[in-house]
Design a protein around this ligand. Structure first.
Ligand code: GDP
Ligand code: MG
Length: 164
């Protein structure tokens, strides 16, 4: 069966935008504000002839900030159970949050390949200072991406597919 890539991260970082862009269809709902989206979504994707499945673990994203850590723990658990490679997405515009650190701690313990993407770096010539803060998550090198304009997607997909 095909390898599985799961996209994990707190609401509104751009998981569904990234997912739709990779799978080449608008499968997952993109929300302007954290709100209710659909359940976990699966689609198939392909890069350079390599086929894989992707999961957008956004699930039902609660509006209340207090519930987010619990939601993210659940996402991380789904990813850890099902995925061969985990994409952990954070928001370069907002910077690092406590919830990011909590999920990073869980992901570090999985032993699975985790790729850390710092989304919303729309101008690669002017990355936010927060980019370097994300090194402290202990996941490895943070890769700046822009799901809005597909910045660095080739590098990301090369890394994903070389991990299978
Ligand atoms: P999710 O909750 O993590 O699935 O995030 P969404 O994909 O629903 O996106 C949340 C918001 O961020 C939407 O308004 C998107 O248009 C916006 N967004 C997503 N990716 C980018 C990006 O690369 N740059 C910018 N500036 N906005 C983005
Ligand atoms: Mg979403």
């Amino acid at each position: 069966s095909k390898p599985i890539v799961a996209v994990v991260g707190r609401p509104n970082v751009g998981k569904s935008t990234f997912f739709n862009s990779i799978v080449g269809r608008r499968v997952s709902i993109v929300e302007d504000t954290p709100g209710v989206t659909r359940d976990r979504i699966y689609a198939e994707a392909e890069w350079n002839g390599i086929h894989f499945g992707m999961i957008d673990t956004g699930g039902i994203e609660p509006a209340s900030k207090e519930v987010i850590p619990a939601q993210m723990r659940e996402q991380a658990q789904i990813a850890m159970d099902m995925a061969d490679v985990i994409i952990f997405m954070v928001d370069g515009k907002e910077g690092m949050t406590a919830a990011d650190e909590e999920v990073a701690a869980m992901l570090r313990r999985t032993g699975k390949k985790v790729i850390l993407l710092v989304n919303k770096v729309d101008n690669p010539m002017n990355p936010p200072d927060s980019l370097y803060d994300f090194y402290s998550l202990g996941i490895g090198e943070p890769i700046p991406v822009s799901s809005a304009n597909k910045l660095n997607f080739g590098d990301v997909l090369d890394q994903v597919c070389s991990s299978f």
